[in-house]
Structure formats: C-alpha cells, structure tokens
Unconditional design. Sequence first.
Length: 216
Amino acid sequence: MYTLYSMQNSGNSYKARLLLARLGISYRLVEVDILKGETRTPEFLARNPEGRVPVLELAGGRHLAESNAILAYLAEGTRFMPEDRLERAEVLRWMFFEQHSHEPSIAAARFWLHLVKGGRELKTHDIDHWMEQGYLALSLMERHLASHAYFVGPRTTVADLALYAHTHVAPEGDFDLAGYPAVMDWLARVAAEPGHVAMSERPAGASAGWDRLARA
Ligand SMILES: N[C@@H](CCC(=O)N[C@@H](CS)C(=O)NCC(=O)O)C(=O)O
C-alpha cells in the first residue's frame, strides 16, 4: 500500500490525493505540518532531501517526491495519461508550465496571503510580481480552454489535475477569476467528475492510516 506524506492545505499535496481518489486507490496518509518545520527533520529529509511535501512512499520503502512526478507515476497505464506519444508530451508540457509559470505565483500568493499569519505584511514587495505572473498564466489557460474542453485531448488527464489544484483556490491568493469564464467552466467540469474530492476532504479509504508524522 502506498503512503502519502501530505499537508491538507497544500495544493501540491492535493494533486496526489485527488488522483489517488479519482483512481480509487486506497492509501495511508501521513499529515505533515510544514509550518511547524516537520519537513526539516532528519526522518523526513531521509524521505525527501528537499524537505517538501508531497512524498509518495512505494512498496519496498522507495520514495518519490515532486507532485507532478507523483501524478505521472500514478497515471501510467490509466485514462489520466494518454497513450499517444505527442499527447503524453503535451501532458508534460502543461505540467512543466504549471511548475514554471503558474505555481510560483498563484500558489505563493495563496500561501503568504491566506495560510501564513502576517504573510501579507512580510511579502508586500512580492505581491505585484505574483499578480502580474499569475494573471499571465491564467490568461494563457483561458485562451487554450476557450477552444478546448481539457488541456490535452478529449478528457481529463494529469495535466488538468496538476493545474486544477492551485487554480481552484487562486481567489484565496487574491486572484479574481471572474474575467476567466473558460477557466471557471473547466474548473466546474473537473470538479463534477466521478471520484472528485475537495482539498479539505480526508480520504475515507485512508482514514485508518490518518496519522501525525511523529507516529509515522
Ligand atoms: N515542486 C514541488 C513543490 C513542493 C512544495 O513546495 N511543497 C511545499 C508545500 S505546497 C512544502 O513542502 N514546503 C515546505 C518547505 O519548503 O519547507 C512539488 O510540486 O511537489
């Protein structure tokens, strides 16, 4: 059985929980509080030397970090990863876009403006940059989604799940999605699909393994 080291409020952790739910895979969940430094302990750093969640522990005790690498691993051979070579590369293209041009501003704004007490005052000088870069990413998504139901091909792939995770909570980072109707329709489409779970949801199948890191 997989073990997922995750923080409930982390968009990157949510990506893995969302795909595991969509695939109906049960797993053990270990909650890690990054705000309490739980990703910086020797035990956690042995699992991911970068000291970040999510981390997926595989059978045999091997570990995989990086949310989009976890998505790619779990999606292999499923409907969430196309078989066609070019479509697979397009999925990766959007996942790289998410990490390079979307997450660094949209997730950072939500983290500092919504999750960290006093973060707005601490990060005053970064907010304009996050807004500029975040709206650029949203505009690019809007243009694509104006003529495509999903990012790649005719159905949800891990490219959609990777982008859904931080986009649906972008308003918590002060982004107004009202001017992005195609993005809002796509968010609703993804959320309406069978097996979808909210970011706040604790997985039923994993509740027995729901644990604090200290007891992991
Ligand atoms: N590129 C990584 C980013 C992971 C990341 O930034 N995780 C945050 C939570 S969303 C974290 O663990 N931060 C703890 C820290 O940096 O100390 C991924 O996509 O998994």
